[in-house]
Design a protein around this ligand. Structure first.
Ligand SMILES: [Zn+2]
Length: 736
């Protein structure tokens, strides 16, 4: 993923908003006044469909060709740009003392001139600032503005010895960067200010942080990341509060000068992201998902996952996906070029999941231009099909819940392994099953936010408040279904273990007192229904099998007798020496799955961490089991089915006068670790799309193939064949 995030993750850890005090007040930093929230709905923010970012290097002024860029942006139908203005380096004639001007600037105004030209081409212009570093003169004048490490040393910039790392929570941001922000807005009236690395570079022990934290909590700054440490808990709360204060300070300052502009933070993400997404969703008029590309083991669908995570709290507000045209890697080849196929699939998967494309180029003097025709082709297609990409809403009926509080207060330093990996496993299983789904934020489980869903999936959402659990219960009482795994609801919102699952009656089990694992060589044997002699639908496709592998960890459970138990655990038995690898007589394990009818809804509870284990093993049986759990729980015809070979990431949307189904072809040996070398076509796919009630199809066409499709229509269901998909196909249905 993006190196920015890695940087922050390595240095900052993960935090989330929680108020101090009682459980009842946990969920919330101060909420946004309605007027402010309403303001952010209006404005220009939904207009731009295609974004570009030109991030200047210090030597760009006078050395790059603005005409080259303007021609390119115009050809691509770019309708908004983000251009570097100030902060670390000023690219305009600033009057603020110690606001470092590019040595190449002279009497130029590189930001102002390019902004003006882009405006003349009808683009929205957002000014980019960077707040994370400063030069020696700032250090000399204000040594207290510099970030301090845990040993009390002021922090040198790790990659450039001319710079110091600034403290995000003290006067550098609250005073100096506020002046910079207001000067840029006054002088140029941009549509917004987008600040890179505004939220700090990890724990800071400077005099301001020490004092401000003490005023807040009467405690010293924590020296541990243990979420059970009282100072750490208070720090999590204070850090969030301080950053949202800064956000509001900058936003208010901007809006006083230009009411049509906003502060747009570089913020947001999934369970592991640092700022509370619910508050972000209230504050931000638009957001840019800064996951520039893949590095290490990252599946191609991670691009679309960003879109779903942001949409969970942003709703219909526009979200763009920042894509780097270069290699994203910890070795930081910032002037490199990524392969054509990798750029194409990364951008396409984001678009399929509702993100607007944005390409970013650092250094306006382009060294290697190979990326340019690729991005041009993608943007031209996007422009030509814009009406079908301006989505109204997703029609997915499945919601995969994510929980920042579970990551912070239950996962702690092991949040990736204990929390995110379960979500990634379930995500992969849903992609393999070609089930369209959205993501749901655990602080938005109220009726309005989840009424579009038939089924909620809780992939080890361990830390939930009583109120959140009540919301899940109410969802089921209204006819919703739930699939949950492992320690879901066994902890409160602070990560403190309960004596029983808060959702015990829904799961049909009580907590048996232990969490076991890692378990070697444990299985799930498949139980036939004693009445029918057949397997439960949870075991569809397993007719030729008698057992499958278990998860590597499980919660011990005591069933309350209200469910059926299609799976039985075969406890671990020796895996070595080979002579000892046999099941001992008389060993009986606990239930491996509970399926039950709960009012009008259905519940599947898996005591094992099947989803997390699946992410580790990618075992084919576990994929099928997770899929079956969702299909059985949902118990209705899917709005979209796609049958055929390969791995496709799918989505289904409505627009004003149409609906679309995206099929992104991820079938590739580089699906899990890029870059993709070549696009490999998959063969025929049989597609069924259920029309929304009261809608009729006037025309069915394929937006990538660029032709009408033959289809049949029966009982509100459109059926067609897509003969082949290279990277992407979009089935578009125009409403009569
Ligand atoms: Zn500080």
């Amino acid at each position: 993923m993006s190196s920015r995030r890695d940087f922050i993750r390595q240095t900052a850890g993960m935090t989330i908003a929680c108020a101090t005090g009682t459980a009842a007040s946990l969920l919330g930093t101060p909420s946004t006044p309605a007027s402010q929230a309403a303001n952010s709905e209006a404005g220009w923010y939904d207009r731009p469909m295609r974004w570009a970012q030109i991030a200047f290097t210090e030597d760009d002024p006078g050395n790059y060709d603005p005409k080259f860029w303007l021609d390119y942006l115009k050809r691509l139908h770019v309708d908004a740009v983000t251009l570097s203005a100030g902060g670390v380096v000023a690219f305009y004639p600033t009057q603020i003392p110690m606001h470092y001007r590019s040595k190449w600037l002279g009497d130029r105004d590189s930001f102002g001139d390019l902004a003006k030209s882009c405006r003349a081409l009808g683009m929205n212009v957002v000014a980019r600032t960077d707040a994370h570093a400063c030069h020696q003169d700032v250090y000399d004048a204000h040594p207290d503005w510099i970030a301090v490490d845990e040993h009390g040393n002021k922090r040198k910039h790790p990659s450039d010895a001319d710079y110091w790392i600034t403290c995000a929570l003290g006067p550098y941001n609250f005073e100096f960067m506020t002046l910079v922000t207001e000067e840029i807005v006054t002088k140029y009236m941009p549509d917004g200010i987008f600040t890179n690395r505004w939220a700090g570079s990890g724990m800071c022990y400077c005099e301001h942080c020490v004092e401000n934290f003490h005023d807040f909590s009467r405690m010293d700054l924590p020296r541990t990341r243990d979420p059970h440490d009282p100072a750490r808990r208070q720090y999590v709360v204070w850090h969030q509060t301080r950053l949202f204060e800064l956000w509001r300070l900058w936003n208010d300052g901007i809006r006083k000068i230009n009411p049509n502009a906003s502060y747009i933070a570089n913020a947001g993400g999934g369970a592991l992201s640092e700022l509370d997404m619910k508050t972000i969703g209230e504050l931000a008029p638009t957001l840019f998902a800064d996951r520039q590309g893949r590095s290490g083991l990252t599946p191609l669908w991670a691009a679309g996952k960003n879109g779903k995570e942001y949409r969970a709290t942003m709703g219909k507000k526009a979200i763009a996906a920042i894509t780097s045209v270069g290699v994203e890697d910890r070795n930081r080849w910032k002037d490199s070029v990524q392969s054509d196929a990798e750029i194409r699939l990364w951008m396409t998967d984001g678009m399929a999941q509702g993100l607007r494309p944005w390409f970013t180029k650092f250094n306006a003097k382009v060294i290697d231009k190979r990326w340019m025709p690729t991005v041009e082709e993608i943007y031209k297609w996007h422009f030509a099909n814009e009406a079908y990409l301006r989505n109204d809403r997703p029609l997915a009926r499945i919601g995969l819940v994510y929980s920042q509080q579970t990551a912070v207060f239950y996962g702690g330093e092991s949040a990736q392994a204990k929390v995110e990996d379960a979500a990634l496993g379930f995500y992969q299983a849903l992609v393999e099953a070609r089930i369209p789904f959205e993501m749901v934020h655990d602080r938005l489980l109220d009726r309005d936010h989840i009424s579009q869903f038939k089924t909620l999936i809780l992939p080890n959402i361990a830390a939930l408040s009583t109120e959140q659990c009540a919301q899940v219960q109410q969802f089921v009482e209204r006819g919703g279904s739930v699939v949950a795994t492992f320690e879901t609801s066994l902890f409160d919102e602070w990560g403190t273990r309960r004596t029983d699952f808060a959702l015990a009656s829904m799961f049909g089990v009580h907590y048996g007192g232990k969490t076991e694992g890692p378990m070697l060589n444990s299985y799930l044997s498949l139980n036939k229904d004693p009445d029918t002699g057949k397997y439960h639908p949870l075991l569809d496709g397993f007719e030729d099998s008698v057992r499958i592998i278990n998860g590597a960890n499980q919660v011990t459970v005591l069933p309350d007798g209200t469910g059926a138990y299609p799976l039985q655990v075969v406890p671990s038995y020796p895996d070595l020496p080979m002579e000892e690898v046999f099941v001992r007589e008389g060993t009986h394990g606990q239930v491996g799955a509970v399926v039950r009818q709960a009012g009008k809804g259905r519940v599947v509870y898996l005591p094992g961490d099947i989803d997390r284990t699946f992410w580790e093993t990618l075992n084919f049986d576990q994929s099928k089991l997770l899929r079956n759990a969702v299909v059985w729980a949902t118990d209705e015809a899917a709005p979209l089915t796609v049958e055929g070979p390969g791995v496709l990431d799918v989505s289904i949307w409505t627009q004003k006068h149409s609906m679309t189904a995206h099929l992104v072809n991820l079938t590739n040996p580089m699906m899990m670790k890029g870059p993709v070398r070549e696009l490999i076509p998959v063969g025929k796919q049989d597609v069924s799309i259920t029309l929304p009630p009261d809608k009729h199809a006037k025309r069915v066409h394929l937006l990538v193939a660029g032709r009408d499709a033959k289809y049949t229509s029966q009982g509100g269901v459109i059926r067609l064949e897509v003969p082949s998909i290279l990277a992407h196909e979009v089935v578009a249905i125009d409403f009569a």
